[in-house]
Design a binder for this molecule. Structure first.
Ligand code: NAP
Length: 499
């Protein structure tokens, strides 16, 4: 176990059931984005060889793991559920410290990940195919779900607990062996997950962790002939290139990528409800959620009132170190994301949108050692602007004014992304029309754009997602291949023809 979190502590990769130093001998400091003097530890900057070793270990472990009955695999995950629960606050503390979201948000994310683990532990009892009638007499036809083999999981930093769990739990319970590469910004939470899987009794080689750069480790995983599927969550740039690379080998690949999620507010909306929902959706987790609310499409009659309330709400938020009591919003995850946030403030202004509040870096006192930015609201945003089209991944709201429902629907849909969308209205007909015509994988009514539940499929349309859905039964099915069985029990040669 490598649980110490002292600044000098070196952490390792987990390969074939052992904690091993990286072949490169190189480690990188993991710094708290709220205070870059706070070093959580040093984590491996792995190279190709470490990925190859992890794949070899996962390959060796596959025959025994895949032949263990699925309910028995599920029981090991149940044991992990108990261990994760017992360490809930420790996990949340690590998450808060390395990613920056508030402690309350971190605890919420860990709770959500544990729900997912619980759900998939139970899926061990439900790894079912279907029985279907055959055209032929005395023939039993059915389908079986079987594991794929070694699978690679590549995860982002913004949900460093929930996403590794929602990929690894279904992969494991379905009988695959795993090599996981977490984001370089958040190796600490991934290391704790791995420690707890080990403690729960996941056998040697079944779950392997390799931290390090996407280019070296990620590409090795995607290109290796023993890797039978890749599940990736991250940016569109990386995801689409990875999808193409994996597709050349004809393997299964799932990529969940960016979002640009709108909230539509109609004149008849419950405005208090809409304001609360928009502020939560836009500034929760510092806007660093794939489902974050980044566009507010508002009908003319309530535009001024809504805009005023959003500005007041943004200005009231207490920004600071997420570990401190009373803080509503933490920092950007790193310098690069901070620069991206600030660059979109400049882009918005140069395009002619009006910055009503926020958008500047905060350097007062202790915040000077972190990557803090004040929550921003832009009005006068038009559909063609980059601010309307591109994912910022920071605490920025863009307000677009529209005249009626058709205009609102057009503005909401007129982006390349299709993850989540929401409408606030008291009219059930309007709500149902929006549900039907919204071009997204997840739609909310009178609810923020954020959120997901273990038993509900999660993922996007258009350029947000390729390869299927995560979470729920669908998330498990990705990690299986289907076999159709024809079992003839006539005991004699057929008299009828087979086509
Ligand atoms: P990212 O830069 O694309 O990185 C994601 C992962 O890919 C990291 O582990 C990264 O490693 C790795 N990677 C980088 N280059 C690679 C390569 N050439 N081959 C293989 N792997 C490579 O994304 P991010 O900044 O971590 O995450 C933010 C993005 O994720 C946003 O766009 C957000 O919308 C999206 N997201 C989507 C969902 C969803 O469900 N739709 C959920 C959460 C987040 P390094 O860290 O070492 O670079």
């Amino acid at each position: 176990m490598t649980t110490s979190t002292s600044a000098e502590k070196k952490f390792h990769n987990f390969i074939g059931g052992e904690w091993l130093p990286p072949s490169s001998g190189t480690y990188a400091p993991n710094r708290n984005p709220a205070n870059t003097d706070d070093v959580i530890g040093h984590y491996p900057v792995s190279a190709k060889q470490d990925a190859l070793d992890a794949i070899a270990a996962a390959k060796d472990a596959f025959p025994a793991w895949s032949s263990l009955p699925a309910p028995a695999r599920g029981r090991i995950l149940w044991k992990a559920v108990d261990l994760f629960r017992a360490r809930h606050e420790d996990l949340a503390r690590m998450l808060c410290r390395e990613e920056g979201k508030t402690f309350a948000e971190s605890k919420g994310e860990v709770g959500k990940g544990i729900n997912l683990l619980e759900f998939y532990a139970g899926e061990g009892f439900r790894m079912h195919g279907r029985t279907l009638p055959s055209e032929m007499k005395q023939t039993f036809t059915y389908t079986l779900r079987q594991p794929l083999g070694v699978v690679a999981l590549i995860t982002p930093w913004n949900f460093p607990f929930a996403i590794p769990v929602w990929k690894s739990a279904p992969a494991l319970v379905m009988g695959n062996t795993v090599v996981m590469k977490p984001a370089s910004n958040t190796p600490g939470t991934a290391t704790m997950i791995t420690e707890l899987f080990q403690e729960a009794g996941v056998p040697k080689g079944v779950f392997n962790l390799v931290t390090g750069p996407g280019g070296a480790v990620g590409n090795t995983l995607v290109d290796h002939p023993e890797v039978k599927a890749v599940s990736f969550t991250g940016s569109n740039g990386v995801g689409l290139a990875l999808n193409e690379r994996a597709a050349k080998r004809g393997i299964k690949v799932l990529c969940e990528m960016g979002g640009k999620n709108p909230v539509v507010v109609m004149d008849d909306a419950d405005l208090d409800l809409a304001i609360t929902g928009i502020l939560q959706g836009a500034y929760g987790s510092t806007g660093q959620r794939c489902t974050a609310t980044s566009r507010v499409v508002v009908q003319r009659g309530v535009k001024d009132k809504l805009t005023e309330a959003l500005v007041a709400g943004a200005q009231k938020l207490r920004v600071g170190n997420g570990m401190e009591a009373g803080i509503d919003m933490g920092p950007a995850v790193d310098e690069s994301q901070l620069k991206t946030d600030l660059s979109y403030i400049d882009i918005g202004k140069s395009e002619g949108a009006k910055l009503l509040c926020g958008g500047e870096r905060i350097t007062d006192g202790a915040m000077g050692k972190g990557y803090f930015v004040r929550p921003a609201v832009f009005s006068g945003v038009k559909v063609g602007m980059r601010l309307h089209q591109e994912e910022v991944f920071g605490p920025v709201i863009s307000i677009v004014e529209v005249g009626d429902f058709e205009e609102a629907l057009h503005a909401a849909n007129a982006v390349e992304f299709g993850l989540s969308a929401s409408i606030y209205t008291r009219d059930a007909n309007t709500a149902m029309k929006f549900v039907e015509r919204s071009e997204v994988g997840m739609v909310h009514v009178n609810n923020p754009t954020v959120g997901g539940e273990a038993q509900l499929p999660f993922g996007g349309w258009k350029s947000t997602g390729v390869g299927g859905r995560e979470m729920a039964q669908e998330g498990g099915e990705f990690f299986t291949q289907l076999k159709t069985v024809f079992f003839d029990y006539t005991g004699a040669a057929r008299t009828s023809k087979i086509y």
